[in-house]
Design a protein around this ligand. Structure first.
Ligand SMILES: *Cc1c(COP(=O)(O)O)cnc(C)c1O
Length: 479
């Protein structure tokens, strides 16, 4: 821990000076500006493999892969060289003027190979949020071309995260985001999330036996999927255009749905003929131990949004995989689609994505997560369940969640004002681990190149931070 920064990056100014300049000029995303200015931000200066170094030379194990994206790890020469080559040959050209660039064409081709068979076409954007804006435009366009323009309503879920543009935040189910900006935009409505721990287990006087818990989760999965059918009937089946969901809710807290959930969602979408959209911005490109989350959970989306892991975050890129059901209609009957972005198919971003996907293929990262790392992480997390603060653990591939509770036996949560999750997160930062807190749910999504030894190191840090949090809680008399 606390290895000294190997180069003099940032040594031209002290950390205090960087923080002052930051506070004076830089408004950070999803941040209380005043609170951060008072405290000063942590300045991240360098990275390699799964580690970051801050401007003070502290080493941090990045168990969040940046922001769910640096899947092949930091400092990959292949990606840096791919970007440099493309910057030299052709740093930018658009795809608006009946033109295209070679990396964009090649990436479209490769994406149609690695995605499920219904996908042969892609529409590029600059981010996941923009990708979901494209989804809204495209599903409404699809139904319009088919002569059903009244089919406009898109159903999503509470506590979903689909980005931060007006359409992305509207599709998302974050009440705090809706409150600031008069969202959602018209024609978007939400149902409950498949979060068994919070909504499904009821109040038990004692934890359920494993078989009873599994049955309870499976029943709840069908019930939560049933909320979609109820909403379709409430809205009117002939008004519903699509349903959108993340295979595993990421930013909402790594909420892994019961196994029964997605097959039942698929059945309902098929029954009413509505489009099914999988937001794969986090789950895509190996995170779940499958190329895409829909393959892990056994459903067949008509559209898939992707971003983050497509370039391992080295450069921004997003997009939407368009299933043949939609592509055929738009291509054969559609006329002009009045939508696109300056950076749709940006050649440098596409060149980096191409190389990133080749790294994933060459190193067998998807299979490694499925067969080795995912099962190992699951085992390690299961062992955390006996910790006095832990009410539930869940993993899916290389994503994990630890639900902190006040009372293990009844799964009662702490008063949210105590911010126990934030307390735990502070201990993580201070001990060289980046773990995120969603309320009192602690989550990780480490790079797919993490080793078993590094997972052991990470688990030791997680345990230490849970113990430190427990000590605080006991000292404060909160248990
Ligand atoms: C991060 C995220 C987005 C938004 O992507 P941006 O690149 O931040 O716009 C959309 N959907 C999901 C599931 C995400 O996790």
């Amino acid at each position: 821990m606390n290895a000294v920064l190997k180069s003099a990056a940032g040594a031209d100014r002290s950390t205090r000076e960087w923080q002052a300049a930051d506070a004076a000029h830089y408004l950070h995303p999803f941040t209380d500006f005043k609170a951060l200015a008072d405290k000063g931000s942590r300045v991240i200066a360098q990275a390699g493999n799964i580690y970051l170094w801050d401007s003070e030379g502290h080493r941090l194990l990045d168990a969040m892969s940046g922001l769910w994206c640096v899947n092949v790890g930091y400092g990959r020469k292949e990606l840096i060289e791919a970007a440099t080559r493309q910057l030299t040959d052709l740093p930018f050209y658009n795809s608006f003027f009946q033109t295209a660039t070679k990396p964009a064409i090649e990436l479209a081709e490769l994406l149609s190979e690695v995605t499920p068979p219904q996908f042969k076409h892609v529409f590029f954007s600059g981010s996941g949020s923009e990708g979901n804006d494209t989804v809204v435009r495209m599903v409404r366009r699809y139904w319009d071309v088919l002569g059903q323009p009244e089919r406009t309503v898109i159903i999503s879920r509470h506590n979903a995260y689909h980005g931060s543009t007006m359409a992305g935040a509207s599709l998302g189910g974050m009440s705090g985001m809706h409150a600031q900006g008069g969202l959602p935009i018209p024609g978007i409505t939400h149902i409950g999330q498949p979060f068994w721990f919070e909504l499904g287990q009821g109040t038990h006087s004692a934890p359920l036996a494993p078989d009873a818990e599994r049955a309870s989760r499976d029943d709840f999965g069908l019930k939560a999927a049933g909320w979609l059918e109820a909403k379709i009937i409430e809205v009117g089946a002939d008004k519903v255009a699509a349903f959108i969901g993340e295979p595993v809710q990421g930013a909402g807290g790594v909420i892994v749905p019961p196994e029964t959930y997605w097959p039942e969602i698929q059945r309902i979408c098929d029954k009413y003929g509505i489009l099914l959209v999988s937001d794969e911005v986090i789950c895509g490109f190996g995170r779940t131990g499958h190329w895409f989350g829909c393959e892990r959970f056994g459903f067949r989306p008509d559209l898939m949004t992707f971003a983050k892991g497509v370039t391992s975050g080295y450069i921004p890129l997003g997009g939407v995989m368009v299933g043949e059901r939609i592509a055929r209609v738009l291509i054969e009957q559609g006329g002009e689609f009045n939508h696109g972005y300056t950076y749709s198919g940006h050649p440098v971003a596409c060149a980096v994505a191409l190389e990133n996907i080749r790294v994933i293929q060459r190193e067998g990262l998807v299979e490694k997560v499925r067969d080795v790392l995912g099962p190992y992480l699951a085992e390690q997390f299961a062992a955390l369940a006996s910790h006095p603060l832990v009410g539930e653990v869940q993993t899916c591939g290389l994503m994990g969640a630890v639900q902190i509770v006040q009372d293990k036996a009844t799964a009662r949560s702490f008063d949210s004002n105590l911010e126990v999750g934030m307390l735990c997160r502070s201990h993580c930062f201070a001990n060289g681990l980046i773990m995120r807190a969603v309320g009192d749910r602690m989550i990780i999504a480490p790079p797919l190149v993490i080793t078993r030894d590094q997972i052991d190191d990470m688990m030791a840090l997680i345990r230490r931070c849970l113990d430190l949090t427990l000590a605080d809680v006991l000292r404060n008399g909160w248990i």
